[in-house]
Design a protein around this ligand. Structure first.
Ligand code: UDX
Length: 441
């Protein structure tokens, strides 16, 4: 919305939320206090806020005044009832639709921005069309393809913008907003269902590439092939392409797992077992990769990590973000804590409170025990002091620039590195004295 406001100074954009604290943070004059860390975002908020970008909790007023409303609430995996653990929870989307239906007195274009299962637009339309008033609603699907950490760049230069809908007038109205900075040839128009399904499919394909290369990484470790070399060799085939072939400790983030589970659930609900089983394997392999990393660390440390200090570099699910949702670090830590390891974490952007709440959410052990076994440190050197092993969980650039000589002298010997992101130089680390393990080599 900030990027839309920046590129359309004549359009007033109001972002509303029921959470007063969040809205206050978005209105904070010190933009380092914004609730989301994303390179380039603070500058755009500073440039547009108070001019044509506003943050408010006055939801009904904003609905009343708007011609176009984006529903951008979260659609987490259901934690209860039918479809528990698989289906998307549409509670918040439905509440939004009902709120719009209740308040609207003039015609509106309602845009699904949240990632939604196929045919959700139908449910929204049915709620909006049964208000008893003569207000006319057009529903559009406009999924978001930005990736965290590069959100602003992705929004300023998108590969494509996708708009699904029935009403040509509504589609063109949204297309003209994007048209102020996105070339016309990159604005795709489809029917609503194609648009909804394209979002799930894009994420499933991206995640599938990571699971595919991660599956090969395990084979590389047995055969003395090098996964980075294999990725480079296959990626130069233009039919395959070089992106998203970086082997890792496993993908995380709020989208991939949720959207694939959702896809699997939808396929099963149409009784398409083979389709569902096919996509489910992407998740199975990802879970295996995280588990394998932790198991390898334990077996290398002479089959026990009990009472040993393990230093984690990184907790976020990828670099340049403070987002930790579904981060591999959470699951690897949980497994090591089951083996009574002591973990000290350093992440440049993640707080100690977040780390504790991520682990508490899993409910594996008591909150007190999590507090006792894992702590966040203010510097990498503190986190690694006296540690038996370093586990690199996130590919933050700064990790490459540390004084690894100094770290080595402060660690227990033998000093192990488990590089879950393959970011350090193996021969350099071995020369310093480290026992260095990476993925797929
Ligand atoms: C993803 C999609 O890329 C984006 O289009 C969609 O809108 C939302 O979901 P995001 O989750 O922000 O974006 O990050 P992404 O860059 O896709 O990375 C997801 C996870 O995969 C991260 O944990 C990342 O470290 C991992 N990853 C990515 C790899 O392990 N290897 C790769 O080659 C690429």
């Amino acid at each position: 919305m900030a990027v839309i406001a920046k590129n359309n100074p004549n359009i007033k954009v109001t972002i509303v939320d029921i959470n007063q604290e969040r809205i206050n943070a978005w209105n904070d004059s010190d933009t380092s206090n914004l609730p989301i860390y994303e390179p380039g975002l603070a500058g755009i908020v500073e440039e547009t806020r108070g001019k044509n970008l506003f943050f408010s909790t006055e939801i009904d007023k904003a609905i009343d005044e708007s011609e176009m409303i984006f529903i951008s609430v979260n659609t987490p995996t259901k934690t209860y009832g039918k479809g528990k653990g698989m289906a998307a929870d549409l509670k918040y989307v439905e509440l939004c639709a009902r709120n719009i239906a209740k308040v609207a007195k003039t015609d509106k274009i309602v845009v699904e921005k949240s990632t939604l299962p196929v045919r959700t637009a139908q449910a929204i339309k049915s709620i909006l069309d049964n208000t008893g008033s003569d207000v006319n609603f057009s529903i559009l699907s406009n999924p978001e393809f930005l990736a965290e950490g590069t959100a602003i760049q992705d929004l300023l230069n998108p590969d494509r913008v996708l708009i699904g809908g029935e009403s040509e007038e509504a589609i063109e109205s949204l297309a003209s907003i994007y048209g102020s900075w996105v070339p016309e040839s990159q604005i795709l128009r489809t029917n609503v269902w194609s648009s909804e399904l394209s979002k799930l499919t894009a994420n499933a394909f991206l995640a599938q590439r990571i699971s595919s290369i991660n599956a090969i990484s395990e084979l590389c470790e047995k055969t003395e092939a090098n996964v980075d070399e294999v990725a480079k060799a296959i990626g130069m085939d233009s039919r395959i392409g070089s992106k998203f072939l970086k082997s890792s400790v496993g993908f995380g983030g709020s989208c991939f797992q949720k959207d694939i589970l959702n896809l699997v659930y939808i396929a099963r609900s149409y009784n398409l077992q083979a389709v569902a089983d096919y996509w489910e394997q992407v998740i199975t392999l990802n879970n295996h990769q995280k588990r394998r990393f932790a198991d390898n660390l334990i077996s290398t440390l002479y089959n026990t990590v009990s009472g040993k200090k393990i230093g984690f570099l990184g907790w976020a699910f990828k670099k340049d973000t403070n987002d930790t949702r579904e981060s591999a670090a959470i699951y690897v830590a949980d497994h090591l804590l089951n083996e009574q390891a002591h973990i000290a974490v350093y992440d440049p952007k993640v707080s100690s409170v977040k780390i504790q709440s991520d682990l508490n959410y899993l409910n594996t052990r008591s909150e007190d025990e999590n507090k006792r076994l894992i702590e966040a440190k203010d510097s990498p050197y503190e986190a690694l002091n006296d540690a038996h092993a370093v586990a690199i969980m996130t590919e933050w650039d700064e990790f490459k620039t540390y004084d690894w000589h100094k770290i080595y002298t402060k660690m227990k010997k033998p000093a192990f590195i488990f590089d879950g992101r393959n970011i350090l130089d193996q021969s350099k680390m071995e020369k310093i004295g480290f026992d260095y393990y990476s993925i797929g080599k």
